[in-house]
Design a protein around this ligand. Sequence first.
Ligand code: GLU
Length: 330
Amino acid sequence: MSYSSEYRGRFAPSPTGHLHFGSLVAAVGSFLDARHHDGAWIVRMEDLDTPRCIPGAADNILRTLEAFGLYWDGEILYQSKRNAAYEDALQKLRGIGSAYPCCCTRKEIADSALHGIDGPVYPGACRNGIPSGRGSRAWRVRTDTSSFVRAKSAETVPEPAEACLPFDKHGAYGSTIELNDLLQGIVAQHLASEVGDFVVKRADGLFAYQLAVVVDDAFQNITHVVRGSDLLVSTPRQIYLQQLLGLTTPAYAHLPTAVNTRGEKLSKQTLAPPVAAAKPAATLMRALAFLRQEPPAELSNHDTDTVLKWAIAHWDMSRLKRVSAVVMPG
Ligand code: GLU
């Protein structure tokens, strides 16, 4: 199929379980935004974390998307087949002095790290080399170097990559990454102090989500990333990697996350039930209501194609501005 716009969106589920209502919302939101803009919608299977993947889950997710009429364009990209591309990116990061091997165990880090916005802030023990007698475990990316990488929206003129010093000429330490999320507004994160040097290749030899998602969004020429707000905390790391690797930053829109009455994200861990595919049109209507699209009630008497047709024509993402979570009662 060909599209008149350059828009390329995607849905990137991890096959660690069935599709639950929260992931359906992300699928529907990214699908509608793409189709409303006459763009392509791609599905990428993020089956990178093989120990967490469940046999049959990828196919199950794809069959569920079809049951809802959410048909994707082109081939499915499986991250489990993309190691060579991730290795290439890691070598590039090494080449510019941004990636380094780390021997620290989780316990060592937990014992000495400050708590950041997404777990412990790695204290940088291996930044200048691994102590003798210790083997390397993971690969990390430095976040303490000067602010030569800045979000496009920042006024500072980008400095060349040679400025790999702990402090830039203004005395700043590390980079503040700023993004203007289409829904959540301006988000700024000072990576060095809030996140720390983060893992791009894990101690078990698997590439980390942060690296893989950046490599694949660029490889698939994704222009718009529409996904759950639980991933907003990761986005500055992804933009930072894009800048280090010389990749284009797509537009981001983080949809509200479905949470239970305790404020926990609906997920496998919180025992969210599989999305009900028996009455797909009715479930789609619930997803549209969650996305504040106010579909006319009589639409629920129709099939999924009719519901989606209405939703594509009437899609108005601005109704979700600044909404980061929605409680799903019982
Ligand atoms: N695979 C991730 C998840 O299922 C989503 C990644 C993304 O959309 O960037 O949570």
